[in-house]
Design a protein around this ligand. Structure first.
Ligand code: PGA
Length: 255
């Protein structure tokens, strides 16, 4: 039985005082939510401030990206160790916005995954197809490519802290959500590919989050699918009421 994980990706939103306010609200609203794990990923600048707020709570804290080198002349970049020292213990890797807007290739994504594990961070590896790829019938091939390259060099033993996120690019920030059946189908494909790469035990134990326009009113149906183990939430994670409602939807799901 995989525990559900609801993760909030705050993207490039939230000034420090806003981030602190949101974290405070979430801490109070989610006090009783123990059946579901909760992760928030603020921008780098707010990590330390949010870490302080969440230090006496069960909510987990992560970053949205990292650089693959430990330190050096990489102006503007942030290493895994820096994230740890700011209080983060998780990190998103290979988000489609990184891939599309910032040139994060499959190979770089893979280096980031290894760097995250070396720094002791729990990586959330994001994969997903564009609308054109889906319409061309290439869903399985795209997921296979992203997972094979993204997980290259990872041993089954090292995959113990790995989380995956399936995020169809056409559903991110668009309000167009994958139907529960579409999402379930893609999650089953992801699990099968991970099984082929890392073995069936790893595939069965790893959480696969769905991301792309998850809202309070569609969360439950998605989370009820057998291979959907949580959600990676963008827009709705910026409002305490909406994000909490999604977490509470997860609390109500019996699998
Ligand atoms: P969205 O973003 O919920 O705003 O669609 C999801 C994501 O990008 O992780």
């Amino acid at each position: 039985m995989r525990k559900l994980l609801i993760a909030g990706n705050w993207k490039m939103h939230m000034l420090n005082h806003e981030a602190v306010g949101l974290a405070r609200q979430l801490k109070v609203k989610l006090l009783g939510a123990h059946r579901v794990d909760v992760l928030v990923c603020p921008p780098f600048t707010a990590l330390t401030a949010v870490a302080e707020i969440l230090s006496d709570s069960d909510l987990h804290l992560g970053a949205q990206n990292l650089h693959d080198m430990r330190c050096g002349a990489y102006t503007g970049e942030v290493s895994g160790e820096m994230i740890r020292s700011a209080g983060g213990s998780w990190v998103l890797i290979g988000h489609s916005e990184r891939r599309q807007l910032f040139g994060d290739s499959d190979a770089w994504t893979n280096r980031k995954l290894h760097a995250a594990l070396e720094a002791g961070l729990r990586p959330v590896l994001c994969v997903g197809e564009t609308l054109a790829e889906r319409q061309a019938g290439r869903l399985d091939a795209v997921l296979a490519r992203q997972l094979e390259a993204g997980l290259a060099g990872l041993s089954p033993a090292a995959a113990g802290t790995l989380t995956l996120a399936y995020e169809p690019v056409w559903a991110i920030g668009t309000g167009v959500v994958a139907t529960p059946a579409q999402a379930q189908e893609a999650h089953a494909v992801v699990r099968r590919i991970v099984g082929g790469l890392l073995g069936s035990e790893v595939a069965a134990s790893r959480q696969i989050l769905y991301g792309g326009s998850v809202k309070p009113d569609n969360a439950r149906q998605l989370l009820e699918q057998p291979d959907i183990d949580g959600a990676l939430v963008g827009g709705a994670s910026l409002k305490a009421d909406e994000f909490s409602a999604i977490v509470l939807a997860g609390e109500g799901v019996v699998k």
